[in-house]
Design a protein around this ligand. Sequence first.
Ligand code: FMN
Length: 188
Amino acid sequence: MMAGILTGCVESNAATAEPVAVEKGKVAVVYYSWSPDGNTRFAAQTIAAKADAKIFEIKAEKPYSTDYRTCCDEAKPECRGKQLRPIQAIEGLDLAQYDVIFVGTPNWWGTMAPPVRTFMTQNAAVLKGRTVCLFQTNGGGGMQRCEKEFAELVPESTVLPAQAFSGRSVRNSVKELEKYVTDRITVK
Ligand SMILES: Cc1cc2nc3c(=O)[nH]c(=O)nc-3n(C[C@H](O)[C@H](O)[C@H](O)COP(=O)(O)O)c2cc1C
């Protein structure tokens, strides 16, 4: 059941909200994934398949270290300071073509990975009036500040309720990922 619809950071009671009707070809999935396991990538691919959506990957201009501890050290001040890590241009992505955009991130230090913050910040204007929805994978911390801080970045978008998935069990969560889609949109 839908928990509520966020418009900007104002939560409305939409417990009975119907899925948003959207035309085929008007859904995009955009995600960032860092670990070799590709947990968020797997979630994004599963969501894109269910939503019949185009899928796009966010990449940092200067990638984080491939070493977990070093990456954590690099990311910590950026996450705590809500800093923007420069990202590469995403080939073939024209957000204006889409009505619904699902955005995926790993939970980093309780919030979205900085490249996702950059993507949302850079595209807030084109996302105005469009519907956006976050999904997240994590190492056990759950949603933490991800949903709230995501909504704050797009105050003029319609923000559907986010969902967190355990990274460790994401490959066993295909049904939940598919339900995440069908609870939120109906593709016509
Ligand atoms: C820099 C960094 C910070 C992380 N911080 C958190 C955290 O605060 N809470 C949490 O539950 N998991 C945290 N994790 C674990 C990831 O969210 C989790 O493993 C995720 O599924 C990885 O997704 P990916 O495979 O797409 O990179 C962190 C991982 C990294 C690399």
